[in-house]
Design a protein around this ligand. Structure first.
Ligand SMILES: Cc1cc2nc3c(=O)[nH]c(=O)nc-3n(C[C@H](O)[C@H](O)[C@H](O)COP(=O)(O)OP(=O)(O)OC[C@H]3O[C@@H](n4cnc5c(N)ncnc54)[C@H](O)[C@@H]3O)c2cc1C
Length: 460
């Protein structure tokens, strides 16, 4: 019997199969050229049938397969070891169809999020998912991780933006469920099995996405806020006074803001760094003149009420992009080594006490630690970037205990939007019950009984 490399080459053609040095020369993610792939074989089919044939061969051989999208994931979900076959979606790209009337976009899974956004715009529509890694992250990866991002407060996470989906199961079976309607309650909604399950139950190959009308107005402000209570009141005020057009409420704690604005080659930070909190507020509407006036009035009211102590409202698209670049410039934090990144969620009412507790415990263990906090506060989603101790597993585990430890008591989650991957697997049981985890295992066993898809990710 020919070896698996030969069988894959025969079934898919040489262009679709890389091996040896050609694979190991490739980057394993966003973490820089020093991190290269360890796998020996990489398949990159250009259509669903190719994905199916590759999986059928791997399934028959009991061969582990790791799915790769844009490799921007941050929980080691796409980690491939030397014995794994990597299945990359890099050639399964392109927009298949846009239906402006039904407001849907049919797209192949390897297409980047930015290409999806641009394709929607060509039809005067918008695909509202947005995140800093938009230029590299794939739409299939976004579905597999149920990505969140900057506009969840208005449009929901990826799950609420997928109408239909096609996936290939571990044994090569193609499950086509390309629904285009907003309403379809005919039996189980099977697409949900592949959204947020990080490539452990199937490989997403095509999607039908839900679009919304392209906003005619976009108003953006960066505001400084005096304390946490004001931060919460401002969220309520903006939500109500902007009449449902609030689309982003991105909070940066002082440490994050000052680090990013001082590190950028910008002429001068838009606001001085003396305040405890900064919020990027965005409103998307349909009436440019009226919306801008209302937005300015809402900010002015908030200032009168003492919820805002300083503010800058963007006057052009360039200024909006410049304000967003502060919040998006997360990668700059990675210049500090070691830097441990966290993505947790918890009820808004508990956030201030939680962050204070983490800060105290970090200071007790590492007086010279650095903590940067930012996040999608409107969704109860906080990111923490922590530099503490040495770049070893011991320091990381101790920091994890400090960050994850208090979450269960307040009903929080160890993963708000990044998923579990390998990195958070030891902590899944800290926020999911034994019954929930048993049900996850049942699904995995039913759909991938040989355990070949992304083995060891999410569940053991
Ligand atoms: C600067 C930056 C900002 C970010 N901001 C956000 C943010 O705001 N919100 C957020 O949620 N995430 C964010 N992320 C994380 C990341 O961008 C998302 O998780 C994204 O959805 C991953 O897409 P990807 O194509 O890069 O997937 P990959 O990293 O390639 O893979 C991620 C996981 O999905 C699986 N997978 C990938 N493609 C498929 C497929 N077609 N079928 C089945 N499984 C698949 C992989 O096996 C892996 O388990 C950010 C990352 C960076 C670097």
């Amino acid at each position: 019997m020919p070896d698996i490399l030969t069988r894959l080459q025969t079934a898919l053609g040489d262009a679709a199969v890389l091996s040896g040095a050609a694979v190991r020369a490739r980057s394993a993610g966003i973490w820089g050229p020093e991190h290269c792939l360890e796998a020996d074989i990489l398949v990159r089919p250009s259509d669903t049938d190719g994905v199916s044939r590759a999986l059928r061969i791997c399934h028959a051989a009991g061969q582990a397969v790791v799915v790769h999208g844009g490799l921007t994931g941050v929980v080691d979900g796409a980690h491939a070891g030397s014995g794994d076959v990597v299945l990359s979606l890099e050639r399964l790209t392109g927009i298949e169809d846009c239906d402006p009337l039904g407001a849907t976009l049919t797209v192949r899974a390897g297409t980047t999020l930015q290409q999806v956004q641009e394709a929607a715009e060509e039809h005067e529509l918008m695909f509202p998912l947005d995140l800093g890694a938009r230029g590299s992250a794939t739409i299939g990866g976004n579905a597999a991780t149920n990505a969140g991002g900057n506009r969840v407060i208005r449009y929901g996470m990826m799950r609420s933006l997928v109408l239909g989906l096609e996936a290939v199961l571990a044994d090569g079976t193609v499950l086509t469920s390309m629904n285009r309607m907003l309403k379809n309650n005919a039996g189980y909604d099977l697409k949900q099995l592949f959204i947020g399950t990080e490539g452990t139950l199937g490989v997403v190959t095509r999607l039908v996405l839900r679009l919304v009308p392209k906003p005619a107005s976009q108003d953006t402000a960066l505001v400084a806020v005096p304390d946490f209570a004001a931060l919460c009141r401002l969220l309520g005020h903006a939500g109500a006074a902007l009449g449902g057009t609030l689309s982003a409420y991105e909070v940066m704690w002082q440490d994050f803001y000052t680090f990013v604005v001082n590190g950028q080659s910008r002429a001068a930070p838009p606001l001085s760094g003396e305040y405890p909190y900064y919020v990027l507020i965005e409103s998307l509407g349909a009436d440019p003149a009226g919306d801008a006036e209302r937005f300015a009035a809402v900010m002015a009211e908030a200032m009168e009420q003492g919820l805002i102590v300083d503010a800058v409202i963007a006057k052009s698209r360039a200024e909006q992009n410049s304000l967003w670049s502060i919040r998006d410039d997360v990668v700059q934090l990675l210049a500090i080594k070691p830097m441990f990144l966290f993505d947790v969620s918890l009820p808004l009412t508990d956030v201030e006490t939680y962050i204070r507790g983490v800060r105290v415990r970090l200071a007790e263990a590492w007086p010279d630690h650095r903590l940067f906090v930012f996040g999608h506060l409107g969704d109860g989603n906080i990111h923490l970037a922590i530099a503490a101790g040495a770049a070893d597993g011991q320091a990381r585990t101790a920091v994890e205990a400090i960050v994850y430890g208090p979450l269960a008591a307040v009903g929080g989650s160890v993963s708000a939007e990044h998923g579990i991957g390998l990195e958070k697997k030891p902590y899944l049981a800290w926020c999911r019950s034994a019954t929930e985890i048993a049900m996850m295992r049942t699904l995995k066993q039913a759909l991938d009984p040989k355990g070949i898809l992304n083995p060891g990710k999410v569940l053991d």
